[in-house]
Design a protein around this ligand. Structure first.
Ligand SMILES: NC(=O)c1ccc[n+]([C@@H]2O[C@H](COP(=O)([O-])OP(=O)(O)OC[C@H]3O[C@@H](n4cnc5c(N)ncnc54)[C@H](OP(=O)(O)O)[C@@H]3O)[C@@H](O)[C@H]2O)c1
Length: 484
């Protein structure tokens, strides 16, 4: 029988815990997958008793969850597992209290979820260790951002590694918890039809878009120091890219998959001062309208002195120097206040060498479109004959939907549910290994150095559009275009 796990959330009163973690844990109960979860101990700096925390948690769950997911019977079980302990990250006595609670009929496995400021991760790990709250069966989950460059990322990893081994460290990228990202593995490696065409002989280009409608939403001072490249490309987009581009792994085990992802990251060609202007675009949103509502520009919202040099949009052309992908551009783009919210991977296949038809199918190339949000779908864009009695055969686009619309909507789950369940079960497959994160930072740091060296401008774009015109030019220079 699998052992019980006590889960301790540092930052248990924060936004992430309230909106994502506690609802995901409730859903695990609802889906009957909580049999390994012992106590859920939330920590925060404020003085509060467990009863008050439970009452607040109930109100928040009702606020952030669909009404038809609520059940008094499930809440009653979930409620009993919730506890609150006051912990100030630097206060040794607070850890002694926490360790005392953990030792009272504690579960054999402890999972510490650090959903608080990354600058506190080292301190928290050291105090947990000093309080005797870490043993060989303890694990730690680290939320992003893991630093703001390679050096700061290494420092956090080094501090955590003093207490937790790499096998006990789970670095979250919630994109990896999305059903479609895992489905991508199934589609790629389960279909003999697709396997032979997944390479430069057949693929013309790959596009990865993560578009947000929202602006910086109260995160202005954090975001002004960070920008879209660090906030989104370093983690989500490069993680998705590495899964799209990796070689078939020896097995679906964590180490085999992560070895293959790592090889892709190592093959990324550095973008330096010599090619940064040709390969990257930086943008910043001005005022405009999103979903019919007027919105402010970033500089009006950010109130940070260096915000003029912060990008809220980035587009880039990445090159993977290996046998499979030589010559295939990977276009990545992400931004805030864009025309709509969606995340998508597009694998665009090469054009026909010659057209037999009355209309040109080259305008309608085959594409595999993998949508990660708002809906999770996989669609193959193909061509067939336009019905009719006209003499010339004409082509028309036909979409083949590869996602199972028979599946019950009640089976759908949030990425945090998947990732929490995996961390509870000790499965690291969908978490980032230290070398992956550090290699990604090395590539990102080189771009930022090149931006500094060349005084790369940040071009403005109207809110509610898909970024600056230079983004269109990035693909147009290669005689290609973004799939919209
Ligand atoms: N929010 C999101 O959607 C999101 C998404 C991805 C990643 N993240 C990451 O998740 C982490 C938490 O984000 P958040 O948005 O939840 O932040 P938040 O709302 O500001 O919450 C911060 C939490 O950390 C606790 N805390 C702050 N300073 C502390 C200290 N000195 N000692 C002990 N506890 C302390 C706070 O406790 P009290 O307020 O009770 O004192 C609170 O529970 C950050 O690393 C963030 O980058 C957040």
């Amino acid at each position: 029988m699998s052992q019980l796990v006590d889960l301790v959330i540092f930052g248990g009163t924060g936004d992430l815990s309230t909106r994502k973690l506690l609802p995901a844990l409730y859903q695990l109960h609802r889906h009957g997958l909580a049999d390994r979860i012992g106590r859920i101990i939330a920590t925060g700096r404020g003085e509060m008793d467990t009863e008050t925390f439970r009452t607040e948690a109930q109100g928040n769950l009702r606020r952030f969850m669909a009404d038809n997911h609520w059940s008094d019977a499930i809440w009653s079980r979930f409620r009993d597992s919730l506890h609150y302990v006051q912990v100030e990250a630097g206060d040794a006595q607070d850890y002694a209290d926490l360790a005392g609670l953990l030792n009272e009929n504690g579960a054999p496995i402890r999972l510490y979820y650090l959903a608080t400021l990354p600058s506190l991760y080292g301190t928290i790990c050291q105090h947990l260790d000093a309080a005797g709250a870490v043993n060989d069966h303890s694990r730690v989950v680290l939320e992003k951002p893991l630093g703001h460059d390679l050096d700061s990322c290494r420092a956090i990893n080094e501090d955590v590694a003093q207490v937790f081994s790499e096998e006990s460290t789970f670095r979250i990228d919630h994109y990896l918890g999305k059903e479609t990202v895992q489905n991508l593995l199934a589609v790629r490696f389960g279909n003999p039809l697709l396997h032979p065409v997944w390479k430069n002989t057949f693929v013309d280009n790959v596009q990865i878009t993560v578009a947000e409608e929202i602006g910086v939403e109260g995160r202005g001072s954090y975001y002004a120091k960070t920008g879209a490249l660090r906030d989104m490309v370093q983690n989500h987009l490069l993680q998705v890219l590495s899964i799209v581009a990796m070689e078939p792994p020896a097995s679906l085990d964590a180490s085999d998959i992560r070895d293959e992802k790592m090889k892709v990251l190592r093959c990324l060609q550095p973008i330096t001062a010599a090619n940064v202007k040709a390969c990257t675009v930086r943008g910043r949103y001005d005022a405009g309208a999103v979903a019919g509502q007027p919105v402010k520009g970033f500089l009006e919202e950010a109130e940070y002195k260096d915000a003029e040099n912060t990008e809220t949009f980035v587009a880039l052309k990445a090159t993977i120097n290996n046998w499979r992908w030589a010559g295939v551009p990977f276009y990545l783009r992400t931004g805030k206040r864009l025309s709509r919210r969606y995340s998508e991977i597009v694998i665009e296949f090469k054009k026909q060498p010659f057209s037999l038809f009355a209309n040109d199918p080259n305008e309608l190339t085959n594409k595999l479109v993998i949508r990660l949000q708002p809906d999770e779908t996989i669609t193959m864009h193909t061509l067939n004959k336009k019905p009719g009695l006209t003499r010339n055969l004409r082509l028309q686009p036909v979409e083949l939907h590869l996602t199972d619309d028979r599946s019950d909507k009640n089976d759908s789950y949030d990425a945090y549910e998947r990732l929490l369940l995996d961390a509870i079960n000790g499965d690291q497959t969908l978490f980032m290994r230290r070398d992956e994160v550090e290699t990604a930072w090395r590539w990102i740091d080189t771009i930022i150095e090149a931006w500094d060296e060349t005084a790369m401008p940040v071009k403005s774009y109207n809110s509610g559009t898909m970024g600056p015109n230079a983004s269109t030019a990035l693909t147009a220079r290669d005689d290609r275009s973004w799939y919209e």
